[in-house]
Design a protein around this ligand. Structure first.
Ligand SMILES: Cc1cc2nc3c(=O)[nH]c(=O)nc-3n(C[C@H](O)[C@H](O)[C@H](O)COP(=O)(O)O)c2cc1C
Length: 361
């Protein structure tokens, strides 16, 4: 297990160079030259899982379980503490199987005693084990990752998925903190989101395609590399958000991650309906290539840019971004056509595009 987490880090970093264009590039804001507000009237804070986060982005779940990933977790936790970012641990499966790996996870809380920390488990653990993972980190929330594509390509992966919905419902019922169900880079469809709501899940991170690709990572770990056809599987993050936005079903509060490269991508995801946005591969790359101080500086720059862009767009809160008018391009338009979604309605959903009439100005 320790080796697997080390391999994941190396393979995730190796694919960073190829992540240039993704579906976020097909989402543009309509520019309104007189649309800006004053910086002093802008707040970047959001409410997530019963807490107030100072910015609407966070360090998403990655790692732990080996000596090297313990060092990475320590550095990520220092960056989270210095910038006030919420942070998720990687899967605590290693700890649940072998308690000697505890320090590689516990360091996240030790370095950041008052920060917002999320534990992370898979959908096969018992409610008691989920609670053990929460307890180790004194976590404020629990992520449950659902990753059937990754498991399918992983040489030693699970092949039994039928019990996941009932396991999720049991964990939600028993665990003493808010639960966030997340994908790992393949997207959550609207019907999956509706099912999660039925299971009592309040928060879901659509974590779509466009960044870290675990089909590619796991395929590189196969001797024959014979699952190459699954590389690129799933819905992109903007696609998942657009489909959720068009749904009339009751859905959990949406978080988004997958392929977020810039503060502008954060704004795009917020405009498409996410409450907050997770970043994994990009921040990991900055940390491993440039060190923890550079990561802190980088996150601070994102925090500043986010406030600056909200000011320019006239969004006094992150939630107000959902009122922005958007223009969709390229494969996102094809996605809308194929899924029966009116692309013009996406950019006007929830009151978007409704400028006051002449008499009201
Ligand atoms: C090295 C690495 C390890 C990861 N391990 C986990 C994990 O243990 N649990 C989990 O829920 N997601 C894990 N993820 C997935 C991320 O949380 C996220 O869903 C995915 O990487 C997409 O975001 P990105 O494009 O910003 O990397 C991992 C990602 C990376 C890069």
């Amino acid at each position: 297990m320790g080796n697997r987490k080390d391999e994941h880090v190396d393979l995730a970093l190796a694919q960073r160079a190829g992540i240039t264009r993704n579906d976020f590039d097909d989402v543009r804001f309509v520019h309104h030259a007189l649309g800006g507000v004053d910086r002093a009237s802008v707040s970047t804070s959001v409410e997530v899982a019963g807490a107030t986060w100072s910015v609407p982005f966070y360090l998403n779940g990655m790692t732990g379980g080996s000596e090297r990933t313990g060092v990475i977790n320590r550095d990520l936790a220092v960056a989270a503490r210095e910038t006030g970012l919420a942070m998720a641990a990687g899967s605590l499966s290693a700890y649940l199987k072998d308690a000697s790996t505890a320090p590689s996870f516990r360091v996240i809380r030790d370095e950041n005693p008052t920060g917002f920390v999320m534990a992370n488990v898979n959908a096969t653990v018992t409610p008691d084990d989920a609670q053990r993972a929460v307890d180790l980190l004194e976590a404020d929330a629990l992520q449950i990752h659902i990753n059937s594509v990754q498991e399918t390509v992983m040489p030693e992966g699970d092949r039994d998925f039928a019990s996941w919905p009932s396991a999720i419902a049991s964990i939600v019922e028993r665990v003493g903190v808010p639960v966030i169900v997340k994908e790992v880079g393949f997207g959550l469809s609207a019907s999956t989101l509706a099912r999660l709501a039925e299971l009592g899940v309040q928060y879901a991170d659509v974590s779509g395609r466009g960044g870290t690709d675990f089909a590619r990572i796991e395929n590189s770990r196969r001797r024959l590399g014979d699952y190459a056809s699954l590389v690129g599987w799933g819905q992109s993050t903007p696609e998942a958000l657009i489909e959720a936005d068009a749904s009339t079903a009751q859905l959990p509060v949406l978080l988004a991650s997958g392929g977020v490269r810039t503060p502008l991508d954060v704004l795009r995801a917020l405009a498409l309906g996410a409450r907050a946005v997770g970043v994994s591969g990009h921040f990991l790359e900055v940390l491993v290539e440039h060190g923890v101080e550079a990561l802190v500086e980088h996150i601070r720059s994102w925090q500043e840019q986010l406030a600056a862009l909200q000011t320019m767009l006239g969004a006094s809160t992150p939630g107000a971004l959902s009122q922005q008018e958007l223009i969709l391009h390229g494969t996102l338009l094809e996605f809308c056509t194929s899924r029966g979604i009116n692309p013009a309605a996406v950019s006007r959903a929830r009151g978007r595009g409704t400028l006051p009439s002449k008499g009201q100005r």
